[in-house]
Design a protein around this ligand. Structure first.
Ligand SMILES: OCc1cccc(Br)n1
Length: 446
């Protein structure tokens, strides 16, 4: 039971007895369903992963941003039938405002860009690492939160932006020891769909809905996809042609079907040519079936996948040239990606390349008796002033306990403050790997 600091137990730390009326109920010590704690070992892995996210983002000259986890629900209310909408973690706050825990970061980023308006000069290259939420019925036992790394380029209409973003993800994978034989990117463009729909004079406003239905092609039976497309008013003939085009896996074949005049082909050819120059051609492949499950994509879309086919998509992104204008902002082109913190860890485990991340501290400092506790604190402060990490033992403990703790915190050195040495201005320094022990003058301690 935690120490009671409410004043009943006093500063001695003694456990205050609960008031007679209240019998302590053991709380549920687990985090809410679908959420995770990050105890030290998991936190070290998370910090390592996020450290790589941040280092790659900075390598590409991006600036870090963040937004509230809580946003107006309106930011995420799109009428295209997205899963992200069905699972929105939304509620009414005490001010009767409809709010939501963000399910993704892009709408917040778009909101901030519009808010900044002319005070920022384009292009913007922003990145964020933020916790995102969904309220999924726990029937599937899936998580309700994850952390997403996002990189976004705002204000660049050319495909060079998408090529740059994919290069950043490739750079990240390489840093972790993941190669093109482990993962790849399936790349397409929503302009492929747009051109087919246009050839059947299907109204633009159905585009988002059609994309969301088609995104389910690998998840629900084909007949179900066709039925849903029929419901939104797509003719059987158009559906057949759509599904036919979506099965194309080569750009040449796509060009035969769509012709070479359309933007889809031009964009994709430019992307694959830039991939050559970036040196990541072996990482990407054209796959017309990739549409991604967010309604606002308008152009190139891509997703990272594990070549073993065991895991869900590792990351995904694309161009969203209309999002800012749908929020009442200017017509500013944009593209970005989201990279979750869960599938990547499963992949690293699969590959056996999770890093070894142990707690390490350079020094453990202890006093041999109570009246030297102050001296030990000053030794710790001197070492910390020199940038050395110190685990200061805060109570008088037997040496057996000290050595056990030193092993647990992976200390390199044990600094012992004993009365006979201290009187001579000395401390004992024991190298815990060699076992060598020497006496060192306090002002020569380093
Ligand atoms: O990938 C969709 C998503 C959004 C929020 C939280 C989680 Br877990 N997953």
């Amino acid at each position: 039971q935690a120490r009671d600091d409410s004043g009943g137990g006093g500063r001695s730390g003694a456990l205050a007895p609960p008031p007679v009326t209240e019998v302590p109920q053991k709380i549920d010590v687990n985090p809410p369903k679908g959420t995770r704690d990050f105890p030290p070992e998991e936190m070290r892995l998370r910090n390592w992963l996020f450290g790589n996210f941040r280092e790659v983002s900075r390598l590409f000259g991006f600036e870090e941003v963040d937004f509230p986890v809580l946003e107006s629900e309106a930011l995420f209310i799109r009428k295209a039938g997205e899963e992200i909408r069905d699972q929105l973690y939304c509620f009414e706050d005490r001010g009767n405002r409809r709010v939501a825990l963000r399910p993704e970061l892009t709408p917040s980023l778009a909101r901030l860009v519009i808010q900044k308006g002319k005070s920022v000069s384009l292009p913007l290259k922003w990145f964020a690492v933020g916790q995102c939420w969904r309220y999924e019925r726990m029937t599937r036992g899936r998580r309700r939160e994850h952390y997403q790394w996002n990189m976004d380029i705002i204000g660049v209409p050319e495909v060079t932006a998408e090529a740059e973003l994919i290069s950043a993800i490739v750079t990240f994978f390489k840093r972790l020891g993941i190669t093109e034989s482990d993962v790849g990117f399936k790349v397409s463009s929503r302009k492929v769909l747009q051109e087919v729909l246009k050839s059947y004079s299907i109204p633009e406003n159905l585009f988002g809905k059609v994309c969301i239905i088609i995104d389910k092609i690998e998840k629900i039976p084909r007949e179900e996809v066709k039925k849903e497309l029929g419901f939104v008013g797509i003719s059987d003939e158009a559906i057949e042609e759509l599904l036919q085009v979506l099965s194309i896996k080569s750009l040449d074949k796509l060009e035969e079907v769509l012709g070479s005049a359309g933007e889809a082909i031009a964009d994709l050819k430019q992307l694959f040519s830039l991939a050559e120059k970036f040196g990541y051609s072996d990482w990407i492949q054209f796959d017309a079936s990739i549409v991604r499950g967010l309604a606002y994509y308008t152009g190139i879309v891509f997703e990272g996948f594990d070549r073993q086919g065991k895991l869900r998509a590792i990351c995904g992104g694309g161009r969203y040239d209309r999002l800012l204008s749908t929020f009442g902002g200017d017509d500013i082109p944009a593209c970005g990606f989201g990279f979750g913190d869960a599938v990547i860890v499963e992949l690293l485990k699969e590959k056996g390349i999770l890093p070894e991340l142990n707690l390490e501290v350079e020094n453990i400092v202890c006093a041999l008796d109570q009246d030297l506790q102050g001296a030990a604190s000053s030794v710790a402060t001197i070492l910390r002033g020199k940038g050395q990490t110190v685990d200061l033992v805060l109570e008088i403990k037997p040496l057996k306990w000290i050595f056990k703790r030193a092993a647990r915190v992976n200390a390199r050195r044990l600094i012992i403050v004993g009365s006979s040495e201290w009187e001579k201005g000395l401390v004992k320094v024991k190298n815990l790997s060699s076992g060598e022990q020497i006496e060192v003058k306090l002002d020569e301690l380093e």
